[in-house]
Design a protein around this ligand. Structure first.
Ligand code: PLP
Length: 452
């Protein structure tokens, strides 16, 4: 008997579904130019040309800072390219040890542990910490990043999801748990898609009242907030009250890797039990040395943070003045609502092809359906000339695609209220877009433009 299974067809249909739902991702082939950020070379279908990048998570341009590049080159020359193994075998090297000391000092903790990415630190860190606590109850914010969600799942522990930034809901769940039961609250400080901030102090108050541990992801805050760049917990004066800080070296620190910082006991336990730490090759020494240089620099230099703040304020003001639907955020993240996956992709394509501006569209599942957006991250290198260019280009694209103007959209979920997507202003933008699309269904020019 001959059995046949269509393996290829299975994968093709998985991709076809994404294409049908307009969520198929196309990556732009870009070459960043060291020393010339935010310019990059775009290798597009009709050749190569310079573009301006407006969506990099190298938030402070540290990936191109001379001190960081120098540290990376020196370490590679001295210690070679790779780590040589897992930390248990031969991967612990001087550069990684120094990096962990720098991170522990940054967060005022006894110890720190480095992983190969922020994703891995959350995944294996949360799973291991929760598993080591008997019958642990995990309380996870509804808007947590996928790496945290997967870490919570991998723990196998009971989990309860509290409505995004909703303190009342968090307290309700905490108060229902047996008083002696170990509880782990996992949350972020800056939520990267809406750019809103968690009420850190109030969460710490609740954690202390109900004797829960706190695990805080500061991936989108480290380097940028607080007097030494240790993040929002430092800015808000609650760093000592957070049990486990988690961060990345790949965004404001411009390199690669992730970490947790906490007491020696918790860090040693994770080091000794976490599969995502034990069974994978360590960070190369050059990457560790570059990250250490970036952290050390940002501990004392406020110049990058000030430059970023100015660029963010200037960008928000220019886009609002142009009437674009900028979501109100207190942070460096500037989301501009589109509310439709097709149009979001079209807007991104037009910006790149016509205006030489690169902003990747953000679609489901990264954000809820109907809240598709362009996520802009101004850096110290985006000056007033580039900001004016961006505002003009976006306005032209908005007009060409007949996208709604003049809306000030708030975050999809914040203000410590339950997130109820249909009532939020950003969904209102989505509804308006859908209404306009429907009313144009018979307009051949509109259909042609969409199809182009
Ligand atoms: C909140 C959050 N945590 C963790 C990560 C993963 O960090 P990394 O890019 O270092 O893997 C991301 C990535 O964007 C993130 O947004």
């Amino acid at each position: 008997m001959f059995y046949y299974f269509d393996y290829e067809g299975c994968f093709e249909s998985a991709v076809a579904t994404l294409k049908r739902e307009r969520r198929y991702r196309v990556f732009a082939d870009l070459e960043r130019k060291a020393g010339q950020f935010p310019y990059a070379l775009w290798n597009g279908p009709s050749g190569s040309r310079d573009v301006v990048v407006w969506c990099s998570n190298d938030y402070l341009c540290m990936g191109q800072h001379p001190k960081v590049i120098e540290a990376m080159c020196a370490a590679a020359h001295n210690m070679g390219a790779g780590a040589g193994g897992t930390r248990n075998i031969s991967g612990t090297n001087r550069a990684v040890v120094k990096l962990e000391a720098e991170l522990a000092d940054l967060h005022g903790k006894e110890a720190a542990l480095v992983f190969t990415s922020g994703y891995v630190s959350n995944h294996t860190g949360i799973a291991t910490i929760a598993r080591l606590l008997p019958d642990c109850l995990i309380l996870s914010d509804a808007n947590n990043h996928n790496s945290m969600i997967e870490g919570v799942r991998a723990s196998g522990c009971t989990r309860q999801i509290w409505r995004h930034n909703d303190l009342q809901h968090l307290e309700e769940l905490l108060s229902r748990a047996a008083p002696g039961r170990p509880k782990l609250i996992v949350f972020e400080s800056v939520y990267s898609m809406d750019g809103d901030i968690a009420p850190l102090e109030a969460i710490c108050d609740l954690a202390e009242r109900y004797s829960a541990m706190t695990y805080l992801d500061e991936v989108h805050a480290v380097g940028m907030y607080g007097p030494r760049g240790a993040g929002m917990a430092e800015r808000d004066g609650v760093m000592a009250r957070i049990d486990i800080m988690e961060g990345t070296l790949a965004k404001a620190y411009g390199t690669l890797g992730g970490y947790i910082a906490g007491t020696s006991a918790v860090v040693d336990a994770v080091r000794s039990h976490a599969p995502g730490f034990i069974f994978t090759t360590a960070l190369p020494p050059a990457v560790a040395a570059a990250a250490t240089a970036a952290i050390a620099h940002l501990k004392t230099s406020g110049m990058e943070r000030a430059g970023q703040r100015a660029a963010v304020a200037g960008t928000k003001a220019a886009l609002r003045k142009a009437g674009l639907p900028v979501m109100a955020t207190e942070t460096h993240i500037v989301p501009v609502m589109v509310g439709d996956p097709d149009l979001c992709k079209r807007a991104s394509d037009l910006l790149l092809e016509r205006h030489g501006i690169y902003i990747q569209p953000i679609n489901y599942p990264t954000v809820p359906r109907g809240t598709e957006r362009l996520r802009i991250t101004p850096t110290p290198a985006h000056d007033t000339r580039l900001i004016a260019q961006l505002a003009n280009a976006m306005l032209a694209v908005w007009q060409e695609l007949d996208l709604p103007l003049g809306n000030e959209a708030g975050p999809t979920s914040s203000g410590h209220k339950p997130s109820r997507p249909p009532a939020s202003p950003s969904h209102a933008v989505g509804r308006e877009v859908a209404r306009r699309k429907l009313s144009k269904q018979n307009d051949p020019q509109f259909l042609w433009r969409l199809a182009c």
